[in-house]
Write a protein that binds this ligand. Structure first.
Ligand code: ADP
Length: 275
């Protein structure tokens, strides 16, 4: 009888512990869901008026303005744009974390997608007198099927960082073929810069959310620390990997792979559908 009671008590204890664990897990899940819902809603609510500010400042810039008024309107537009980039990052990150980000798949032209990303940073590179080179190798299929917008986002993030963290020299974007089957192709994209580089001990961390190399860098260069975390998740969704090789003072090469479907021959191009 004593043994029975001891066993019963132990079982009861274990059951209580299990139900407490289950309760804690459910509470954590609910909290995580609420948090990401909150972030998504808040980002959406902020995005709408931000777009209003940007649109209005653009309209304002098209009207005749005195030089100092033009400067003011440009500052409004630039600030709104910067804020929108941050909000979009938060929105994307919370969507990815909640498993709510879906790819919009369509046929696209690879070269045009790469060039679009590079073109976005070309003016900044020119201002810094950086050489910006794009090399898409000849055996890379041009017509692919996938989410061109998300591919461009990852590329833009890497090229944007390369230009941001490089003061002299060059930024080279390369696209090479790694493997190919009848229906799919695995590509390797790399962005090499001659910039400040990343210390070894930070090279893994920077792919985690909100990770920046150090406080003085983030104060100097700005940024949310979300870009690479988002890129890593997007690359994983494309069945690929992302990584970096870097040496302080010499530069960095960020690379990622992606397996994309080949577009069926003869299908009409829809490159510009995405934007
Ligand atoms: P953000 O640039 O918004 O801070 P990212 O996630 O894109 O966020 O990058 C995280 C950190 O990694 C950056 O703050 C920077 O310290 C470092 N980093 C990224 N790309 C480079 C690069 N090309 N050269 C040097 N440091 C880099």
């Amino acid at each position: 009888v004593v043994a029975y009671f001891i066993v019963a008590r132990e079982l009861n204890k274990r059951r209580t512990l299990l139900s407490q664990l289950e309760y804690a897990r459910d509470a954590a899940l609910t909290l995580a869901r609420r948090q990401s819902d909150f972030l998504a809603n808040m980002s959406h609510e902020i995005r709408t008026p931000m777009n209003g500010i940007m649109g209005t400042s653009e309209l304002l810039l098209r009207t005749p303005l005195a030089p100092n008024q033009k400067d003011l309107a440009e500052t409004i537009r630039y600030s709104a744009e910067s804020l929108l980039v941050i909000i979009n990052d938060i929105l994307d990150f919370s969507k990815i974390e909640a498993g709510k980000l879906d790819f919009q798949v369509s046929d696209f032209d690879l070269r045009a997608t790469v060039e679009q990303a590079v073109e976005t940073v070309a003016a900044t590179a020119r201002k810094k007198s950086l050489e910006l080179v794009t090399l898409v190798y000849r055996d890379v299929p041009e017509q692919l099927r996938g989410d061109a917008g998300r591919l461009r986002q990852v590329l833009l993030n890497l090229v944007g960082n390369a230009v941001k963290f490089t003061d002299r020299g060059e930024v080279v974007v390369r696209v090479t073929k790694q493997a190919e089957t009848a229906t799919h192709v695995t590509l390797k994209f790399s962005v090499t810069d001659t910039g400040i580089g990343i210390p070894k001990e930070f090279q893994e961390d920077i792919f985690e959310a909100f990770a920046q190399v150090d406080a003085s860098r983030s104060r100097r260069f700005g940024g949310t620390g979300l870009g690479l975390a988002i890129s890593k998740r997007l690359v994983q969704m494309m069945g690929g990997e992302i990584g970096v090789e870097s040496e302080v003072g010499k530069g960095s090469t960020f690379w990622f792979t992606a397996t994309l479907e080949k577009a069926e021959a003869g299908q009409p191009l829809s490159t510009y559908e995405m934007w």
